[in-house]
Design a protein around this ligand. Structure first.
Ligand SMILES: [Zn+2]
Ligand SMILES: [Zn+2]
Length: 153
């Protein structure tokens, strides 16, 4: 599989999607969605909660959890399950690849284009499975950590 390794392949969704679902949203849910869309860090629920509290100081962690779940089920946000760590939430609902830094845990989105679809079809043909999702995750050392490592010497 080919991953385009340029800055163009990293993206973060900004701004607001206008949809029917959106107009039915409570203010809390809307703030939660907007907050997550503005974060590229793939935060866990606690990270979202802390950011949302800046705008809604009285919101509870339970409310944030519940709304993240609703937004996920509505297909407006994505989720990221990584072995050994908490559930993280993703501003991008569509399938994409991730690259994780082993040192600091930073996550970057990588748009792998049509590769994911080709793989799904391949798996279906090869195994007869109805493929409902795919996760492709790479690990490594991010440029920041690489730089720190370089200057520490
Ligand atoms: Zn790092
Ligand atoms: Zn992502």
């Amino acid at each position: 599989m080919e991953i385009v390794n340029s800055n163009d392949s990293y993206y973060c969704v900004q701004g607001t999607a206008v949809s029917e679902q959106f107009s039915k949203m409570t203010r809390q849910r809307r703030v939660i969605l907007d907050t997550l869309k503005g974060m590229c860090s793939h935060p866990d629920a606690m990270g979202v909660y802390e950011a949302v509290r800046l705008e809604l100081p009285s919101i509870s962690l339970a409310t944030v959890y519940r709304n993240l779940e609703v937004l996920y089920r509505a297909g407006l946000i994505g989720r990221m399950e990584t072995a050994g760590s908490r559930m993280r939430f993703d501003a991008l609902p569509e399938e994409h690849c991730h690259v994780l830094c082993d040192r600091c845990g930073q996550v970057r989105d990588v748009n792998a284009g049509g590769a994911a679809k080709v793989n799904k079809e391949y798996i279906r043909k090869a195994t007869g499975y109805k493929v409902t999702g795919q996760k492709i995750e790479f690990t490594g050392i991010c440029p920041d950590c690489a730089r720190k490592q370089g200057t520490a010497r």
